[in-house]
Design a protein around this ligand. Structure first.
Ligand code: 5GP
Ligand code: SF4
Ligand code: MG
Length: 466
């Protein structure tokens, strides 16, 4: 998901809509905005579909007045059951004795089932099926006297991954979980401030990137006093999601002080060093494979070309929720550039193989177009484990790499060769010169290693085997 908030500007919701538009790649199912105006109180709008199709209407935006607003773009993750309902769309809102508060959450709470059971038993009335709603109910039960303190209380009970943007009548609040699994950054916007999942959304509103919110940090921002920083959690070594670098974030974002584009290009360089091949053409699977393909071509000296053309009017394939739509999706979205491919030995670079659906279809299309050989090069290690921290990977059984060896996968996909970057190679590409520290890994890489930095307790209860 993507989260965004703004304080201290006229018509904050307009800025939030723009920010969410820049974060659309993080969630395409639905979006929502809550604003607050001193005379009009809290207002909210939640809609299915793209930001640009909803939050561009003047009529709608006029219903969201005020100098303070937050928003969310949703993409349903592992825990969600069935079709999203509008009541599952964030931000969530709660009314407390000291006033209202709204929250938008990116990540996944790994003990949400247990918390929900406990809260319902004690009288909470849930409105949605979302794990994130627990936070509001935990806040309601807290005995603290102000909302930021209630939020601290609530988040100390929550396990898993969370970046949160929240607001009260006068405050914009941002929090990252102690491991800092999901991103959150701070920006300065004229006299006001912005919080965003990624820096690309600060760029679109002309805000200046100030810094990341630290893992385990809470910032409370007011128009008068600016940013106050609090550390509600016991300090731990951070474990940022390495897959944000590979795929999830936009290439024009900055993570830490690294350009995501440059990291991805470097992944391609490492991949070319680790898995060389004689070929005539390096092609990305657009768009997610593009920077890595550029790096691969550069390092290998094999010419780069656009052998696959993407229809710009389709979204990301994997966010489409059903298998049937996903299967069609590949052809609706990608087509082969026959004139370039014909007779060539082609290296195809993609970011990841999950179910293998995309790769299989693409291989067929490339061979139909007359390619002599097809070699897959993948910018991440085999995805053998599901993510429980906010990225939508299917159940373990559906992951190709969970049930097949690399050679079996090559056979299954029907390609001449298939190679993945090593975990160490990936760590080098993100800037860890000596690779992964096996005793204390610098990142979360559970979907590749099976080493979960936070025990996925709800899933273990459901029978998941680590
Ligand atoms: P597959 O077709 O193998 O199931 O999905 C792989 C494609 O989905 C890749 O091209 C990749 O861009 C995209 N994808 C990337 N990340 C993820 C993810 O976390 N989960 C899923 N399901 N697909 C992803
Ligand atoms: Fe990221 Fe993978 Fe960890 Fe999920 S399991 S947070 S996708 S590195
Ligand atoms: Mg892709």
């Amino acid at each position: 998901c993507g989260i965004f908030g703004v304080i201290g500007v006229t018509d904050a919701a307009n800025f939030v809509a723009l920010g969410l538009h820049a974060l659309q790649h993080r969630g395409q199912e639905a979006g929502g905005i809550v604003s607050h105006h001193p005379d009009h109180g809290f207002n909210n709008a939640r809609r299915f579909g793209y930001v640009r199709d909803n939050f561009t209407s003047q009529k709608l935006m006029e219903t969201l007045p005020g100098p303070l607003a937050i928003g969310h773009v949703r993409y349903s993750t592992a825990g969600s059951k069935g079709q999203t309902q509008i009541r599952d769309v964030q931000p969530f809102f709660g009314e407390f004795s000291m006033g209202g508060a709204a929250i938008a959450h990116n990540g996944n709470i790994t003990n949400a089932d247990a918390l929900r059971r406990e809260l319902i038993e004690r009288g909470s009335i849930f409105q949605s099926s979302s794990d994130s709603e627990c936070i509001i109910h935990l806040m309601a039960r807290s005995l603290q006297r102000n909302i930021p303190e209630r939020m601290e209380d609530a988040l100390r009970r929550v396990e898993g991954a969370f970046s949160v943007v929240a607001m009260t009548r006068t405050k914009l609040i941002g929090v990252r979980d102690p491991l800092g699994v999901r991103p959150l950054v701070l920006g300065k916007l004229g006299d006001g401030w912005a919080l965003s999942s990624e820096t690309c959304a600060l760029d679109i509103i002309g805000a200046e990137y100030v810094r990341e919110i630290d893992p385990g940090e809470m910032v409370v921002i007011t128009a008068e006093h600016g940013v106050e920083s609090i550390r509600p959690f016991r300090p731990q070594k951070s474990r940022f999601c390495i897959f944000e670098h590979v795929y999830f974030s936009r290439p024009d974002s900055i993570i830490g002080d690294r350009s995501v584009y440059e990291t991805r290009r470097q992944i391609g360089v490492e991949l070319a060093r680790e898995t060389p091949i004689e070929a005539d053409l390096v092609c990305p699977v657009p768009d997610s494979g593009t920077p890595a393909a550029i790096g691969y071509a550069h390092e290998s000296g094999i010419p780069y070309g656009m052998g696959i053309i993407r229809n710009q009017y389709m979204g990301r394939t994997f966010i489409e929720p059903t298998e049937q739509i996903r299967n069609m999706g590949v052809r609706l979205k990608l087509n082969v550039n026959r004139a370039l491919i014909k007779g060539k030995r082609v290296v195809l670079v993609d970011d990841s193989v999950v179910r293998g659906t995309t790769s299989r279809k693409i291989k067929e299309m490339i061979l139909d177009a007359g390619a002599a050989e097809v070699h897959f090069r993948i910018a991440s290690p085999p995805t053998a484990w599901p993510c429980f921290y906010g990225v939508d990977t299917p159940q373990r059984e559906k992951l190709l790499a969970a049930t097949m060896s690399e050679d079996e996968m090559r056979e299954h996909l029907g390609v001449d060769s298939l190679k993945f970057i090593s975990l160490d190679g990936l760590y080098r590409a993100v800037g860890e010169a000596s690779g992964r520290d096996p005793k204390s890994p610098q990142y979360c890489d559970a979907c590749f290693s099976g080493e979960y930095p936070v025990e996925p307790s709800d899933m273990l209860e459901k029978g998941f085997q680590m």
